[in-house]
Write a new protein. Structure first.
Length: 610
């Protein structure tokens, strides 16, 4: 016998490619429902992107919940990450909901992450509502975008009921939605009505024994770990005794609900009780984890555990041991690093941490470069200093065949760079799948490529296209391990001295290199200061000062002309470093360095390895 549906609740997820307007659309829905105080919150757009990194980068990193009231119904909305590196978040969130809004940009149409998130939604049997967003942009192509979405549904094996999706046109930034692509709306009512009509209420039973699958985690210094999930059956009350059924082994752990909260607008609010169909947050269960079931004491029944995507990349996190260690950060010891990584592992289930031999030496595995770089950036902002290695792909043996992670890659670039891009990806063993013009002067290239082959390509693409090329990629399963991608094209300039860089020294070297720093910067022996024009590394002295002389000439008195240095971002630096190099990350600086700082010891080690 099937459980009845709750008609007073709708649980939906918002899924989309990065930067297609998910979070802005949620802003508009909150304003339309009155949950967003326009005067008090006018300065805060993207209210669900609550962390500084999310606001700066314009992406959603962590799944967020909110709740609005409309037409006597409660609509629980979960804003999910659009980037494939946070796929474990997306998959878990979709288990909490009964419907999804698939947001597609009216100009760009479906992109790689659109395919990624839609595949997961369709596999779980959800019937997405398609929202063609950003209808206020110039050069919109809503019909073409919709046709591509339809093709994507077919390509992903959608069922006939899933193919019969509702379509709404919207401009989240302007706060309107419409059923007609040629007629702008005046408010968000068409979209809200479509959600109520097209998304079914949760199929749950409050009369059955308590069951709640934990799909998200939070942490409080006062309450400890907080489990978040949708109640499948039964009821729950504050201070009630419950049983936690562990997802890995089914072990039963008794506990008590010390805090019970539900979502209202942008905040969680304390409640005394909740019932099946509600999305709740509970505290008091110390060992709670994603995939566990909170159940009834008298009749504990586990729900099917979650399958979480395995990590595809790993990096070594080390205590910073450079000559500049401790100058900028407050958290620099092995104990600080270990405690912070273990705390992250408690709430970031896509992450795996393993202690390696040696003091302050850890292997951190995650879903991709962005996933790991977000953790590094967060830690440096908290006052940590650390040194990290080049990301390494995690190989897996599947049916007796050694396999590696593969990616779908889409590049949008001016046509004049098409040949250079194809040549560069050919060297990286990428396979061209499709090529199509994008407007009058641009081209879209679609590739299948290994994660190893893609490492470092973004920096190369930016240089090759003078910043005009765009690339998006998403994880696409595992393929047979291929040949080794070619090594880095250029060697590096390595400082042989400690001191402060001078314009005189840099001017003498700049003909053969691009520098990562300018004059007046402190460096140490073994620190990388730029790229070499040749493939080999070269030892240089960037601190060399001009010799004092009582002779004067026009030539020696000319002002030093220096090219602007190429300042690398954290992601660019991670892509650039090689196997024998590290990235030193502190609250104020990002420095590239060799693992072995001393030149003589490094040369000896290289000869021994050879």
């Amino acid at each position: 016998m099937t459980s009845p549906r709750r008609e007073d609740v709708r649980n939906i997820a918002i899924i989309a490619h990065v930067d297609h307007g998910k979070t802005t659309l949620v802003d508009a829905l909150l304003k339309a429902s009155g949950e967003f105080n326009v005067k008090a919150d006018a300065a805060q757009e993207q209210v669900l992107d609550s962390n500084d990194l999310e606001r700066e980068r314009g992406i959603t990193i962590l799944a967020k919940n909110t709740s609005i009231h409309y037409d006597d119904k409660t609509i629980n909305i979960v804003d999910t990450p659009g980037h494939a590196d946070f796929g474990s978040e997306v998959e878990r969130i979709l288990k909490m909901v009964d419907g999804a809004l698939l947001i597609v940009d009216a100009v760009e149409g479906p992109m790689p992450q659109t395919r990624f998130v839609l595949r997961k939604a369709l596999a779980l049997g959800l019937h997405p509502i398609v929202v063609i967003n950003k209808m206020d942009r110039p050069h919109i192509r809503p019909q073409e975008a919709l046709n591509k979405v339809f093709d994507l549904f077919i390509d992903l094996g959608a069922t006939e009921p899933q193919m019969d999706f509702a379509v709404v046109y919207a401009a989240g930034k302007m706060g309107w939605s419409s059923h007609d692509q040629s007629t702008p709306g005046t408010d968000m009512k068409p979209l809200l009505d479509t959600i109520i009509k097209s998304v079914p209420g949760p199929q749950v039973d409050p009369s059955k024994p308590l069951q709640m699958l934990v799909t998200m985690l939070d942490y409080s210094a006062y309450l400890g770990k907080i489990g978040i999930g949708r109640m499948q059956n039964g009821k729950i009350a504050k201070n009630e005794s419950v049983v936690l059924i562990k997802g890995e082994d089914g072990k039963l752990i008794p506990g008590k609900v010390t805090m019970l909260q539900m979502y209202q607008g942008l905040k969680r609010k304390d409640v005394d009780s909740a019932q099946a169909g509600d999305i709740v947050a509970i505290a008091g269960l110390e060992t709670i984890n994603v995939g566990d079931t909170v159940s009834d004491v008298a009749n504990p029944i586990a729900l099917p555990p979650l399958e979480i995507d395995e990590p595809t990349l790993s990096m070594e996190f080390n205590v910073n041991n450079s000559p500049f260690s401790g100058r900028e950060g407050k958290l620099v010891t092995s104990r600080h690093l270990r405690e912070r990584l273990l705390k992250e592992q408690q709430i970031n289930v896509g992450l795996k941490i393993e202690q390696l031999p040696g003091e302050g030496h850890f292997q951190v595995s995650g879903r991709g470069e962005l996933h790991l770089s977000i953790l590094i950036e967060t830690m440096r902002r908290e006052g940590f200093e650390l040194a990290v290695s080049r990301p390494q792909v995690i190989f897996r043996e599947i049916n007796g065949v050694m396999s590696e992670p593969m990616e779908n890659l889409v590049i949008d670039a001016p046509q004049q760079y098409q040949g250079a891009i194809i040549e560069a990806l050919g060297r990286r063993l990428g396979q061209l799948q499709n090529m199509a013009p994008e407007g009058a002067s641009r081209v879209r290239l679609e590739y299948a490529i290994s994660s190893r082959g893609l490492m470092g390509f973004k920096t190369e693409l930016m240089a090759m296209t003078k910043g005009t090329g765009m690339m998006h990629h998403s994880f696409n399963g595992y393929g047979k391990k291929g040949n080794e991608p070619p090594p880095r094209v250029n060697g590096v300039l390595v400082s042989m001295a400690q001191g402060t860089t001078t314009g005189y020294a840099l001017s003498g070297l700049q003909e053969r290199s691009d520098f990562f720093l300018g004059p007046g910067v402190e460096v140490y022996e073994g620190m990388i200061v730029g790229t070499n024009s040749r493939q080999s590394d070269m030892m240089v002295n960037p601190t060399k000062a001009k010799a004092m002389s009582n002779m004067r000439s026009k030539a020696t008195d000319d002002a030093v002309q220096l090219e602007p240095p190429k300042i690398l971002s954290l992601e660019q630096a991670l892509e650039f470093i090689d196997d024998d190099e590290l990235l030193e990350v502190t609250p104020q600086s990002i420095r590239l360095r060799k693992k072995v700082l001393n030149g003589s010891l490094r040369k000896r080690a290289e000869e021994k390895a050879a």
